[in-house]
Design a protein around this ligand. Sequence first.
Ligand SMILES: NC(=O)C1=CN([C@@H]2O[C@H](COP(=O)(O)OP(=O)(O)OC[C@H]3O[C@@H](n4cnc5c(N)ncnc54)[C@H](O)[C@@H]3O)[C@@H](O)[C@H]2O)[C@H](O)CC1
Ligand SMILES: [K+]
Length: 500
Amino acid sequence: MLPLLTAAQIRQVDAYTIANEPVSSIDLMERASKAFVSWFVNHFPDKRNTISVYCGTGNNGGDGLAIASILYEHGYEFINVKIVRFSNKVSPDFAENLQRLQSLNLTTESIEQGQTAPQETSDILIDAILGSGLNKPLAGDYLELVNHLNTLDKTIVAVDVPTGFYTDGEVDSDAAVLKADLVITFQQPKINFLLPESAPFIKCWEAVNIGLHEVFIESLQSPYLWVEEKDIKAVLKPRSRFSHKGTFGHALIIAGQAKTMGAALLCSSACVYAGAGLTTACIPESGLTALNSYQAEIMAVVRKAYEMPELKLDSYSTIAIGPGLGKDEDALALLQYVLEEYKQPIVVDADALNLLAEHPRLMADLPAGSILTPHMKEFDRLFGEHSNWWQRLQTLQQKTQELNIYIVLKNSYTMVGCPDGKVYFNSTSNAAMAVGGMGDVLTGVITALLGQKYTPEQACVTGVYLHGKAGDELALPNRLQVVLPGQVAARIPATIAKLL
Ligand SMILES: NC(=O)C1=CN([C@@H]2O[C@H](COP(=O)(O)OP(=O)(O)OC[C@H]3O[C@@H](n4cnc5c(N)ncnc54)[C@H](O)[C@@H]3O)[C@@H](O)[C@H]2O)[C@H](O)CC1
Ligand SMILES: [K+]
């Protein structure tokens, strides 16, 4: 897992690396700039591109100067360096790099305080004005320049962080930020890149390793962790030769109504594909034919209106409740029954979450280690309105600890909050997966993993990763704009196979 740090922590790591690697700060800057360029040339290989590098006078600007030199050495001839001199403060590494640049045949010009921005004819603008050192919203000359550059419709590539964008804390949706088509960021994605508020400011980002001190990064014990493929490979267990269906658990999925049987089918089908030894769906009588024809591997316990179905809850290794369940009295009675009778972790989704929101006292009855899988609206119904995602992140950490549960807050970088306050950010999935029913599949996958004796934490983190990865494998190679939940479910075995 890659720890995700705040800007203040990054500064600490920067200083520690310089002192203890040891490496001089100018050499670390050179390393970061080379890492930037190695990605930049992949994206923009045409050396006839005209490029303007806008440099502030801090270390982000110092990077910009080094990047300009390195690009020039790589054969990019049409480079203009524009030095934004709105501050009298100059960092020592900026000054050093400016001197180094002077020996190259590169044109530099200054934009002084109060001066309007010079004409811009380049195709690509590299934003090295301000980086993670941002300490107040842009105003005055900075604001004017950024607003002006935003009107130019150029391709903008930001160094580390777009100018004006806070890496952590609340992001104002009206903030003045130099909008980036691509951010090449150092060492790790910044926490706010992973929250939806970044969308208007950042089209895409890449993180490049610059070799900061990893032992020290670990020692900071950030609660925020970025999940990578190697982490999932370390968790997934191959099946042993003498295993049998009993080894992989019996999952019960309580879901569906006449009009929403699809949710029950998708959820229980995903549970089968994700490896549950046995899957039973507790569904309304009207859905039985649909179930049997959709997926022969699923068994059924039939529910009748106003009757409690016969369920020996103890015979199941895990239970999921909610997809398409509705919120009528029967649904509430079922949820209450499960909460009273079943003492192992359960997975709560969709309508069962809405029932919890309407009957919050039930929340205290959730078995320890249970998993809630809300999307944003369900999350807000459960825990109150939030005006931004940074607030939601704080609530996630608070509620998982308070209730001793896991919360999977679904989004493009789905967050898994844990009872110890950790939050994992998932790195897979894509916009083609934004289709109704996709959440039902996720619930099925997580439930199957839980039934196979993965811990709730592993089931959440691995389930979310596999679900997104299956969607990526289906959509990305062919640039599909839509993938269907049923396809994602059926893809899970192949996705697991690739990782094992
Ligand atoms: N991560 C690393 O280890 C490395 C990062 N590098 C680069 O360094 C910048 C951060 O540099 P820093 O000098 O700390 O800050 P900035 O260049 O972002 O800003 C300079 C300066 O500007 C002032 N300032 C902040 N906000 C405002 C504002 N709204 N208006 C006016 N002035 C403002 C403040 O005084 C800042 O100190 C990081 O992003 C990387 O690009 C290293 O090069 C490699 C190692
Ligand atoms: K920048």
